[in-house]
Design a protein around this ligand. Structure first.
Ligand code: RI2
Length: 323
């Protein structure tokens, strides 16, 4: 009896009407909160079952942004320990509200910290549309620094358009370029700021396709690369060797089916994200402070609460269940 809005939220995430790793996480928390509020079940076991089903539907929408399973994990944690239906329901609602609030607060904190890395007179390059990265740029402008931005187009979904509208609204001087023009302009750039969909334990950053090319180009030109990422974008399961799945979307986002259909030897490949190794990243700005990418493990452990013991515990539970 899955309520319509859970499926609707899931569809909107899949189609990218709801997009951006942070926003996806908040919308998912909100969907779980509403589900827990409106669901009509008679007992605790049914509640757990229904909530698990909703959580699975939401997690299955897009595989890369780890903010999505992290948000679900945070909101659903404690549901197993609850002794009554009411306690379980209240717990989900409270944790969802807290998550949404702390996510918004994190984006504001990152804007403040990140803005300090931008100097008066800097030209900044950003790729895709990240509220965390844009927050830093807009805060630097708001605090009176004179800055200029290069924003990429971001094929195939053109998220760059959202970015330039936001920058224009803020009154920031902006240059709009195609993705392949980054190397042509990198010598006019002082700093690259991008967002993240996932940060792995070894400090690699998974972000919109093209980010690794941008970072590589910046590295070659000795331009610093800053990543703006809330702590819930760090991927705990990379501690035990799990890899981040890179979403590959439908080829028709790049080339219309009627054209590709007439080219039997052509396959359109459309990965939505790529991986930038830690060596191309100077700093990751989180709401807990700015860290070198090599310190990603500390964030996973201290701020998400996932140390290696957590996996041992999970492993023991799984083994017990199999006995
Ligand atoms: P914020 C987006 O993914 C982009 O890759 C962006 O850099 C990242 O999420 C983080 O965005 P998509 O949903 O959370 O456009 O900083 O595929 O807004």
């Amino acid at each position: 009896m899955k309520l319509m809005f859970v499926t609707e939220t899931a569809e909107k995430i899949k189609s990218m009407e709801i997009r951006g790793a942070g926003r996806i996480a908040r919308e998912v928390a909100e969907a779980l909160r509403r589900y827990a509020t409106e669901i009509r079940v008679g007992d605790l076991a049914s509640f757990r079952r229904e909530m698990d089903g909703a959580a699975q539907t939401l997690v299955a929408t897009r595989p890369t942004a780890v903010s999505l399973p992290n948000a679900v994990h945070i909101v659903m944690s404690g549901i197993e320990r609850a002794l009554t239906l009411e306690e379980a329901q209240d717990g989900v609602i409270l944790r969802a509200e807290q998550f949404i609030h702390s996510s918004q607060h994190a984006v504001e904190k990152i804007a403040q910290f990140g803005a300090r890395h931008i100097r008066d007179g800097d030209t900044i390059l950003t790729h895709c549309n990240s509220e965390a990265a844009l927050g830093c740029i807009i805060e630097a402008h708001r605090s009176g620094k004179e800055i200029e931005v290069f924003a990429t187009e971001v094929r195939p979904r053109n998220q760059g358009l959202i970015t330039i509208r936001t920058l224009d609204d803020a009154g920031i001087k902006t240059n709009f370029i195609v993705d392949s023009a980054v190397r042509s302009f990198i010598h006019e750039v002082d700093l690259v700021i991008v967002g993240a969909d996932a940060v792995t334990v070894n400090g690699a950053v998974v972000n919109k396709i093209g980010t690794s090319q941008v970072a590589h180009t910046a590295h070659e030109a000795r331009v610093n690369v800053v990543v703006a990422a809330e702590t819930y974008k760090f991927a705990p399961r990379t501690i035990i060797g799990e890899l981040i799945t890179i979403e590959e979307r439908d080829g028709n986002e790049i080339l219309a089916d009627e054209i590709s259909g007439s080219l039997p030897h052509v396959t359109v490949r459309n990965p939505a994200f790529d991986v930038t190794p830690a060596e191309y990243i100077d700093l990751i700005v989180t709401e807990a402070g700015a860290i070198p990418p090599q310190m990603a493990y500390i964030i996973i452990r201290e701020y998400l609460g996932w140390g290696i013991e957590e996996f041992h515990k999970t492993f023991e539970i799984n083994t017990r269940n199999e006995d």
